[in-house]
Ligand binder design. Sequence first.
Ligand code: B1M
Length: 229
Amino acid sequence: MTEEINIQEMPIEELLELMMDDLYDGYADEIVEEVEECLARGMAPYEVLTQGLVAGMDIVGIDFRDGILFVPEVLMSAKAMKAGMALLRPLLAETGAPKIGTMVIGTVKGDIHDIGKNLVAMMMEGAGFEVVNIGINNSVEDFMTAIAEHQPDIVGMSALLTTTMPYMRVVIEALKAAGIRQDIVVLVGGAPLNEAFAEDIEADAYCRDAAVAVETAKKFMAIRKEQVR
Ligand code: B1M
């Protein structure tokens, strides 16, 4: 006999554990219900995101690395993660703040990971930035076209693979060649990166996570404002 799970009666810690398990198993419908339940209990959207969804995806990442999970299963987890993020997006992006700046953000060529990049985009919107999210697998031409069209203050690049992170340098070199490098703040992020890499490719900063990306972007916008005074 299968026992009916009543999430309304579960303590919050158990509910978050269940969310991690369901993310691992790729159960999108259950994730939606659990996110809704956490929100109904007054949990802040950012906490639901970090303590439930991102924590669950960390476990998926470990088992993927160790050969316990494979691409089809991880795709199901990613689908479940996105279903949860879709609920949180409007809440995280809700802001009465005036626009502070514009950002173009994309995952670099050869790389199709987009969960973290989308999370950064959401949080930046929430902080009052206008965000142009150009998606995955972006060539240098894609970045340059978006930059010409939207004239951003900030360009954000994401890479999750050690094989694709060097492509960030290609984009930065293209900005230099076009004579616009000094006009744009370049922020980079993604699990395999670190500060030394960002410095080496001459990005303005490495952002460990979405919250750091927001803080860093705001800091650079404040510096820019000072400079035009
Ligand atoms: Co892939 N994958 N994957 N994968 N995948 C990793 C990255 C890997 C570390 C897994 C592992 O081995 N443990 C490994 C890379 C190893 C390496 O290069 N060092 C890996 C591999 C090998 C691969 C394939 C090659 C597998 C294969 O086909 N054999 C393949 C590559 C495909 C390609 O891109 N060409 C592949 C495919 C996939 C899926 C399609 C199945 C799926 C992606 C689905 C999707 O994104 N739509 C997938 C997933 C889900 C992962 C893991 C499990 C989770 C990534 C994720 O979403 N994390 C990942 C394991 C891991 O990272 N531990 C893995 C959650 C997200 C919230 O965190 O993306 O780190 P993250 O984003 C954070 C920060 O990094 C930062 O802020 C975010 C929010 O806090 N950040 C930024 C990210 N981008 C930023 C940009 C900024 C600022 C901050 O700009 C300013």
